[in-house]
Design a protein around this ligand. Structure first.
Ligand SMILES: [Zn+2]
Length: 225
């Protein structure tokens, strides 16, 4: 059995190595986990002794073929729990992430399969993140384009939003910006602020560049720029 903290490290390495498409530096991992580097180093030694990660000092860390499925299983638990909490227990989508972070370590894969069955095998969680299948397959997931990369006049569909900041999630839902929502890009300020007009008719909403970079989208129509 792995401890919850070990599982959290494997999940973090999975996210970070996908993001960077490379080995993860221990300094990056330390920042992500909000701990000091020596803490990360000693954890990497433990995880590599058990063959969950490949770790070489100064060269960073990556998951082994044993580590990847464990990370994916925990991610599957997390995203199914988020879906279940919002769809059946009336949680707000801004509060499910923390709850799922706690619960994900304590349910079995059988329990996760039952949730998936109950929910009709959902493909994505409430934030648009793809849910790994029971075989831990994520090949169907699309990356999409960053909202920040569109041009004025583009009509785009929101695919995924970051799930960890409750304030941001409350703000987005208040302004009708959810996965599936269609928005028009009406203005991009020289300093990066992106103004959107959601189809829901809630009126224009301006998002800072950092937020626009973290939202994933799909193009519907493109202006002739
Ligand atoms: Zn989450």
């Amino acid at each position: 059995m792995l401890s919850a903290i070990m599982e959290d490290y494997l999940k973090a390495i999975y996210y970070l190595q996908n993001e960077a498409d490379d080995r993860v530096r221990t300094s990056v991992l330390a920042e992500y986990m909000d701990v000091e580097q020596p803490t990360v180093t000693s954890m990497m030694k433990k995880l590599s002794e058990r063959d969950f990660v490949l770790y070489e000092p100064y060269k960073g860390v990556e998951l082994t073929d044993t580590g990847v499925p464990i990370a994916l299983e925990i991610i599957r638990h997390h995203r199914l729990l988020e879906r279940y909490l919002t769809d059946h227990l009336e949680y707000d989508w801004a509060e499910v992430h923390d709850e799922a972070d706690r619960l994900e370590h304590h349910i079995s894969s059988k329990f996760a399969d039952r949730i998936a069955e109950q929910l009709g095998q959902p493909a994505v969680d409430p934030h648009g993140d793809p849910i790994p299948t029971a075989n831990l397959d994520v090949s169907g997931a699309k990356d999409g384009e960053r909202l920040a990369d569109h041009q004025v006049g583009d009509s785009v569909q929101i695919v995924r939003v970051p799930d960890t900041d409750p304030d941001l999630l409350r703000y987005l839902s208040k302004h009708g910006i959810l996965p599936g929502t269609v928005v028009d890009v009406v203005e991009i300020a020289p300093f990066g602020m992106v103004t959107l007009d959601p189809d829901s008719g809630d009126g224009p909403v301006a998002l800072p560049e950092e937020v626009a970079c973290s939202i994933s989208t799909q193009s519907l129509t493109q202006s002739s720029h």
